[in-house]
Structures are given as structure tokens and as C-alpha cells.
Ligand binder design. Structure first.
Ligand SMILES: C[S@@+](CC[C@H](N)C(=O)[O-])C[C@H]1O[C@@H](n2cnc3c(N)ncnc32)[C@H](O)[C@@H]1O
Length: 394
């Protein structure tokens, strides 16, 4: 396994360390309830979402320079402005359409999309947010009331997906936050990696894979045309199909834009990628040991976009496009959004061009991040996919 057991990480402050101890105690209690171990997906679920305790459920800063990581909307408003242009195209094809955003983080993306749509006189009836974290819901409401006092009345927070949503769905870096299972292919079978308490520290142990995990790994091997090599360790989100199916139940007509870091299935399970796709973030240090800093670091897994497309098709949606973030932004109106660039003061020009580089350069977010769009109904393919649609690679 490719775990760097002792990455060089900053020390958490006393309050965070204390909080982490509480989360770890909560997880140990859940392990005891379950007979001594948890699947990695259960561990990840508790570490991120345990009510009032998990990384997304408690008060950590998370986003931006003072947090643990930055996402595209935190890097630049240009991301949301270009996406808003794509939203406007979809909304033009849907009667009385609205926007539904999953996992809205700090609320910045909602601000940028709404501000831009107001500029185009193309505001949706409603901007709905479905956020699992009560703490983030509060933070988003506070932020949007301050930033968009005249538009915030259009924003609503939902407890469950709406029935018959028509218009746009947005999810930026939500799929990577869904819990994943870890597995290991051995010569004689498939093992599940489970988490135990090993004398005060969490550790992985192997156990025979339960039926659903085993079936899913065998199905992947069948698609890839052969067994994964012995000793190969990787990840799989067994909850992803249900998430996409719930999205499909909601989307009566329109387009869902799903952004994340991810690859096709063939790339995900390529022999040289043994070690899997988990990524952890603590104070802007990325590493791959998910068993450290429990509850105070972000745990994520890259996305198998073929699995997302497959789940969409099974649920009656079609794939409207799949493209790297750079091509999505360039095809989707980046140049038009940069028209004022020459008239900005030099310092702002430098700042903006730095932001655009981060969003688009292959070594930054341009290539690893993708947008997969799922669609239902008589809605045009968003123009952002005209530049480089890679749906055929999925
Ligand atoms: C990595 S953050 C991304 C936040 C924001 N979209 C951004 O780009 O800055 C993941 C977000 O997804 C939310 N989330 C995780 N699982 C979710 C689910 N099943 N439904 C809705 N939101 C979810 C988290 O609470 C968090 O707000």
C-alpha cells in the first residue's frame, strides 16, 4: 500500500488536537458497537459527518487560505462566472427553471453564479442548496445574506432533494467527499481493508470482502478484461450509484454539472495505480494517510467518472459531456469573462491571471479536474463541451 505512514505535517493546535481526540473516541465507540472494526467507508463517514463532531459537521475553517484546502470557487470568481453562462443556456431551455447546488461549501459558488445571472438578467426562480452539514448551512446563509442582500430571498436550504427539479444541478467536489471502501486483490480472492484500534492508533486490517464489495470488484475486473494484479489496493464508492440515482429521481428536466478530480475506470484501476486514490488535506498539506488527524483533516477520494456515467445511464439520464476543467472553462466563456482584463489595475491583472492559471494549467487544476454533465429532457448540450468532449473515453 502506498501509505506514507509518517508524512511531515503541521502540528494541530491544542483545540483541534482535543477535538480530534473526541472524534477518535466516538469512532472507537462505534467500532466497539460493531464488534471491534469498521469498514473504511464507515470510518470515513464518521470522520467526516458524525453529527456535531465530523470534519464537515463541526466548526473547522476547512475552505480557503486559513483552512485545509481550496476549491475552484475559492480560488477565483471566474469559475462561477463561466459556470453561470452554462447555467443560463440550460435555463433558457427549461420553463421556470431553478438551480440546485449540492454541498455548497462556503457559499462562494452560489454567490458568483447568482451575481452573474443577475448581470445577464437570467436569474432562476430559486437557488436551492442541499447541504448535509448543518454547520455549513448556517455559514452559507450568513455569507449569502452579507454578500447578496438583494438576491438572498431566492436562496432556500433543503433537507432532501426536491421532487421534479427542472433546470440545473451543480456539485463541485461533492463526489470526492462520498465515503469509499478500500480493497486488496489477492491471488485467492478479494479482501476488504477494515479499520481497528491498534493500541491507541487506528490501523488497517484485512478481512474477506463482503458480498457487495466482492461483486463490485469482480464486475470491474470483468469490464477491464482480467483480474487486477495480486497485492493491488484501491478504492470504490459503493454509495455512488445510490447518490446518482437520487439525483436522477430529482432531475425531471435539465443538466447536472458534476465537477471533481477524477479519471476513467481504466485509469482508476490501472496496474501502476496500486495504492488507490485517497487524498487527505490538513492545513494545505496533501498526503495519503487517512488514519491520522481524525476528524480534523479532510478525507477525499478521486472519482471513477465511468462509474458516475454508468450510474447516470442506469438511472435514465444521458451523458451530456465529459471534459477537463480547463477545456470546460475555455469552451464555456472564459475569454468573454476576461474582456475587462486590460482595463484592470496591474495588481488585479496579476492576481486574476494567477487565478486563471491555477484553474486551467494541466499541472494545477486544468487536467485532473473534470466536469461530467448528466442530462434529462429536451435541453441543448452546454456549449462548454464543444471544445473537448471526452465522453467516448469513459
Ligand atoms: C469538498 S467540499 C466542497 C464544497 C464546495 N462545493 C466547494 O467547491 O467549495 C464538499 C461538500 O459536500 C458536502 N456534502 C458531502 N456529502 C454530501 C451529500 N451527500 N449531499 C450534499 N452535500 C454533501 C459537504 O458537507 C461539503 O459542503
Amino acid at each position: 500500500m502506498q501509505h506514507d505512514q509518517r508524512p511531515t505535517l503541521p502540528q494541530p493546535d491544542a483545540t483541534s488536537a482535543e477535538h480530534s481526540t473526541r472524534v477518535a473516541e466516538y469512532i472507537r465507540a462505534r467500532m466497539a458497537d460493531a464488534g471491534g472494526s469498521l469498514s473504511f467507508a464507515e470510518f470515513m463517514q464518521h470522520a467526516l459527518y458524525a453529527p456535531g463532531l465530523g470534519y464537515y459537521a463541526a466548526g473547522a475553517t476547512k475552505f480557503g487560505a486559513k483552512g485545509d484546502f481550496v476549491t475552484a470557487p475559492e480560488i477565483s470568481p471566474v469559475f462561477g462566472r463561466v459556470l453561470a453562462r452554462q447555467c443560463a443556456e440550460v435555463l433558457a431551455d427549461v420553463e421556470r427553471g431553478s438551480i440546485l447546488e449540492y454541498g455548497a461549501g462556503s457559499g462562494r459558488l452560489a454567490r458568483d453564479v447568482l451575481e452573474t445571472l443577475a448581470r445577464f438578467d437570467a436569474l432562476p426562480e430559486r437557488y436551492e442548496i442541499l447541504e448535509v452539514s448543518a454547520e455549513l448551512q448556517e455559514r452559507q446563509a450568513l455569507y449569502l445574506r452579507g454578500e447578496l442582500p438583494e438576491l438572498v430571498s431566492r436562496v432556500a436550504w433543503l433537507d432532501r432533494p426536491p421532487v421534479n427539479h427542472a433546470g440545473v444541478v451543480i456539485a463541485n467536489e461533492v463526489l470526492d467527499a462520498l465515503p469509499v471502501e478500500r480493497f486488496k486483490r489477492c491471488a485467492g480472492g478479494v479482501m476488504q481493508l477494515r479499520v481497528i484500534d491498534d493500541g491507541g492508533a487506528f490501523a488497517f486490517v484485512e478481512a474477506p470482502a463482503p458480498e457487495k464489495l466482492l461483486e463490485s470488484v469482480l464486475a470491474i475486473e470483468e469490464q477491464l478484461g482480467g483480474k487486477l494484479p495480486a497485492g493491488f489496493v484501491s478504492d470504490i464508492s459503493l454509495g455512488l450509484p445510490a447518490w446518482v440515482s437520487a439525483l436522477a429521481d430529482t432531475l425531471q428536466c435539465g443538466v447536472a454539472f458534476l465537477f471533481d478530480y477524477g479519471v476513467t475506470r481504466r485509469e482508476y484501476y490501472a496496474a501502476e495505480r496500486s495504492g488507490g486514490w485517497l487524498r487527505c488535506h490538513f492545513r494545505h498539506h496533501a498526503h495519503n494517510n487517512p488514519l491520522l488527524l481524525t476528524g480534523i483533516q479532510d478525507l477525499t477520494a478521486w472519482v471513477d467518472f465511468s462509474a458516475v456515467a454508468e450510474a447516470g445511464l442506469t438511472s435514465g439520464l444521458d451523458v451530456a459531456g465529459y471534459s477537463p476543467q480547463a477545456q470546460f472553462l475555455i469552451g464555456g466563456g472564459l475569454e468573454a469573462e476576461m474582456q475587462e482584463f486590460g482595463s484592470l489595475p496591474l495588481a488585479s491583472q496579476l492576481e486574476l491571471s494567477g487565478q486563471v492559471k491555477t484553474l486551467t494549467l494541466p499541472g494545477a487544476m486544468g487536467e485532473h479536474f473534470k466536469c461530467l454533465a448528466l442530462r434529462r429532457g429536451d435541453v441543448r448540450i452546454p456549449s462548454a463541451f464543444r471544445m473537448a468532449d471526452r465522453t467516448h473515453t469513459l
